[in-house]
Design a protein around this ligand. Structure first.
Ligand code: BES
Ligand code: MN
Ligand code: ZN
Length: 485
């Protein structure tokens, strides 16, 4: 990752190959930067529109060689989202210019610096480990954030949080972008052990045998045909004394072929992203460790492939979960809820204060909300509001959806208690209703099928895995830690 530094020097006096500054529509940059910008603004080459950039040669008027103007749009002080986008645009432009370092003027305090750091770091993210010829212009090593000297302390705090949140999302992106021939369940377990070692967390990993002994019937069934064995990963951050923990649960199907209910082959390659929930949870734990949050936090990641084969579970099969509840398999492609059911039951032993699960669970959620919000369900209005507010704050929007009794009716089983598919109507909500059968604590569920990865490269959300909802989870936990303090 590019190094982010806080500097309190006056922008016009910073010697740098590229100085970037956000400019609102109709406004000018501060001080002598305005002189450099004036011809471009009066000449109509730059209007301050959101996302617009103009690269100018400073010609000795300021210490920087070039001045990059970044549009912040029309109304009022820019939102954190506008700042993340502007910082991403600035950092990418700095990189493509070939500069090794750059500086960015940040007006404001901790919140603004955090947004700028996150935007810049995430905008620069690339998954390039399999490219033989790394793309040119990867020279950018250092980005200085120029802040008002009076707010230096705040700015340093903001940069620290921004760095940690960006690292969480970057780790989530790395894990999810990694193809399934590398990112196996054991690979995820090894990454979790590393996080545990780095931050002094507890880590337990169950293999196929342990999964059987623990009665994790969903994970055992889904993973039965796979050569790459399933794993159940539990990562424990203990810095909250005796307080009950927050438990994060993340679906990690490292490849979802659909199993015997095989998916169509077109687009199936995207099913390497079906472990994005687990990736986000592990990413969030990295930040929890780095920030030493004074909380107890547990991450549970059921990890498996979903493949057809002679040993595969089949439509019509009945599974008996540890809780005693039975489920009849309508589709082996509705596998996510089976492994989440195990993790949600497992969570009960912690007597959790709250459980938040995230999963690329249903195509129906993509139909409902597209790629612009995760589906948000649960059994506790306060927790749902908390999760929603955290997502809004970091630009990882989650939208509440109902879990009416009727959706539970829709998954009543014919030969078993419940069935693992309620058919096409309200597919995201019957999946939520299925999970609800396994919780008896405050719980929220995020369906990230539409938000976990993207085809479009733009702003701070780069093509491939987005890392959603790692930053949402980090923000949620930071707020919980502040509340507890
Ligand atoms: N992993 C998929 C959901 C998914 C679909 C994620 C599209 C990302 C993009 C999940 O396991 C699945 O296959 N769900 C089925 C459920 C159905 C069989 C009840 C679906 O959505 O079609
Ligand atoms: Mn599936
Ligand atoms: Zn799946």
């Amino acid at each position: 990752m590019v190094e982010i530094r806080i500097n309190t020097a006056a922008p016009e006096e910073v010697p740098t190959p590229l100085l970037a500054v956000g400019v609102r529509a109709g406004a000018s940059p501060p001080g002598r930067l305005a002189e450099v910008a004036a011809p471009a603004i009066s000449g109509g080459d730059f209007s301050g529109r959101e996302g617009e950039t103009a690269l100018l040669y400073a010609g000795g008027a300021i210490a920087a060689q070039r001045l990059l103007l970044v549009g912040l749009g029309e109304d009022g002080p820019p939102s954190p989202e506008a700042l993340r986008k502007a910082a991403a645009a600035a950092a990418r432009r700095a990189r493509s210019s070939g500069a090794r370092e750059a500086a960015l003027v940040v007006e404001g305090g901790g919140e603004e610096v955090r947004a700028a750091a996150e935007g810049a770091l995430l905008g620069l993210y690339r998954f390039s480990r399999y490219k033989s010829n790394r793309e040119a212009g990867d020279a950018l090593e250092k980005l200085e954030l120029l802040v008002d000297g009076a707010r230096e302390e705040e700015a340093r705090g903001g940069a620290r949080v921004g760095r940690a949140a960006a690292a969480a999302a970057a780790l989530a992106r790395d894990l999810a972008n990694e193809p399934s021939n590398t990112a196996t369940p054991e690979y995820l377990a090894e990454r979790a052990r590393e996080i545990a070692r780095r931050h002094g967390m507890g880590c337990t990993v169950l293999d196929r045998e342990g999964i059987g002994e623990e009665g994790l019937a969903g994970l055992a069934a889904v993973g039965r045909a796979a050569q790459n064995e399933p794993r159940f990963i539990a990562l424990e951050h203990r810095r909250g004394g005796e307080a009950p923990p927050v438990v994060l649960v993340g679906k990690a199907v490292t490849f979802d072929s659909g199993g015997i209910s095989l998916k169509p082959s077109s687009g199936m390659e995207d099913m390497k992203f079906d472990m994005s929930g687990g990736a986000a949870v592990l990413g969030a734990m990295e930040a929890v460790g780095a920030l030493e949050l004074p909380l107890n936090v547990v991450a549970l990641v059921p990890a498996t492939e979903n493949l057809p084969g002679g040993r595969a579970f089949k439509p019509g099969d009945v599974l008996r979960f540890r809780s005693g509840k039975t489920t009849e398999i309508v589709s082996t492609d509705a596998e996510g809820r089976l492994i989440l059911a195990d993790a949600l039951s497992y969570a009960r032993r912690y007597n959790p204060a709250a459980v938040v699960d995230c999963a690329t669970l249903t195509g129906a959620c993509v139909v409902a909300l597209g790629h612009h919000a995760s589906g948000l369900m649960g059994n506790d209005e306060r927790l749902i509001s908390e999760v929603r507010a955290a997502g809004e704050a970091v630009g990882e929007r989650a939208w509440p959806m109902p879990l009416f009794e009727e959706y539970t009716e829709q998954i009543k089983g014919d030969v078993a208690d419940i069935k693992n598919s309620g058919g096409r109507p309200a597919g995201a909500l019957t999946a939520g209703a299925f999970l609800k059968e396994f919780v008896d604590y405050p719980w929220a569920h995020l369906d990230i099928a539409g938000t976990a990865y993207t085809k479009k490269d733009g702003g701070y959300r780069t093509k491939g895995a987005t890392g959603v909802p790692a930053r949402l989870l980090v923000e949620f936990l930071i707020r919980r830690a502040e509340e507890a303090a």
